[in-house]
Design a protein around this ligand. Sequence first.
Ligand SMILES: NC(=O)c1ccc[n+]([C@@H]2O[C@H](COP(=O)([O-])OP(=O)(O)OC[C@H]3O[C@@H](n4cnc5c(N)ncnc54)[C@H](O)[C@@H]3O)[C@@H](O)[C@H]2O)c1
Length: 434
Amino acid sequence: MRIGILGLGYVGLTLAIAASDKGIEVYGTEINPHIKQCLSENKAHFFEPGLNAIIRKVNNKNFFCVNSFPQNLKFDAFIITVGTPLKNNKKQPDFEYIRTALKSLKGIYSGNELIILRSTVSVGTTRNIVLPYLAEISGCPEDDLLVSMCPERTVEGKAVEELTHLPQIISGNNETALNIAQNLFRKITPYVIPVDSLEEAELVKLYCNTYRDMTFAIGNAFCRAAQMFGVNGMDVIKHANQGYSRSNICLPGFVAGPCLEKDAYILTNNMENCPSKEFIMFGRKFNESLENMVVEWVEKKIGSGDGKKIVALSGLTFKGIPETSDLRGSSSIYIARKLKQLGYVLHLHDFVAIPEEITALNLGTYFESLYNACDQALLLLVLNNNRKYADIEKKPEILNSKNNFSILDTWDICTNLKNETDINIYTLGNMYID
Ligand SMILES: NC(=O)c1ccc[n+]([C@@H]2O[C@H](COP(=O)([O-])OP(=O)(O)OC[C@H]3O[C@@H](n4cnc5c(N)ncnc54)[C@H](O)[C@@H]3O)[C@@H](O)[C@H]2O)c1
């Protein structure tokens, strides 16, 4: 089997490498020169456990990063994995990348190959945007074409493992498309779930992420409400869940990253007049409001920014478990931008992010050491849940030596530090208790 993959970002590259590792011949195209350069050096452009080892094994053997798909080869399928960001101030999904990717198939796509959409899209996109466009570039009637929507559901930081284990949602515009897509994904994982329509596959993906978004929103809302009664919001949730399986309330925290920040918008984008839209958007907006809550707390704690007050921010990637180097859609970056605008001087640290990417954001000075980042700072904001924060408990004396210094430990990770230092340590659970 030979396939072409358009886009070698997080989704495209991990899929390309997993597929070629299973013996499928994979050709991938990518427009970002940095990604191509990394691949020519046998490595990925991002941190993903296990990925580089397989790249070294398959690169230029049955995985080929090419500028365009070879015209003399016959392909069974092309998979579109380009980004689907939001435009217009986070309101509308931008499907232009998909259109451009499809356009690049002109002259190679004969109308016989299966086109698989892997990117996250609003319901109806595969049938109403992709299919007519394919008919236009191939000159074939829509009914003769083969289209599938097979969404990606891996989590960054565990994608290599999950691609061969997670159930793959498979759909097709007809029986043939469904069968080819099933055959393809069965080579990668034993577990495929054929669904009834392209629209159902689109919805499955959007439901998976929006469900997570909304359950986190409940944790965030409960945490905030508890503090109105003088109760620690994190403790009450932990105690409500403890030994009581009917409660599984999420602990509070930022709900961000390249997928969760947008998928509720992509879902509700064409849900006008549906009462569910308001319900879903309420949860999304509540999660977003956490970022401003932290900024307001900083102002309240140390006063307005004056071009001199230093705030250390650590945990800039959008999550710490599993570890990722991805800064896209990170609440930490939003908070850093806001604080910089307000006149604070920022010291930036992260355990995993690529230092050049942090520096390129132009938001503050990058520090390799967390302790050095805290030097002269009035506050340390611990913004993601990387397990390495537990290590700061091993050197409490370093932080203890600072005057007028507080920590906002948003994920309540430096738990033992509270007993070992005189530093004021706040969490999302008590930051609003006066
Ligand atoms: N990141 C994740 O873990 C994840 C998980 C599930 C679903 N998704 C969805 O998958 C899609 C891709 O996400 P991603 O994180 O991989 O994005 P990404 O930005 O990392 O990757 C997309 C890649 O496509 C390339 N590209 C754009 N136009 C191209 C073209 N015409 N030809 C060739 N390459 C082109 C870009 O340069 C980029 O490298 C999105 O819809 C996203 O919502 C992502």
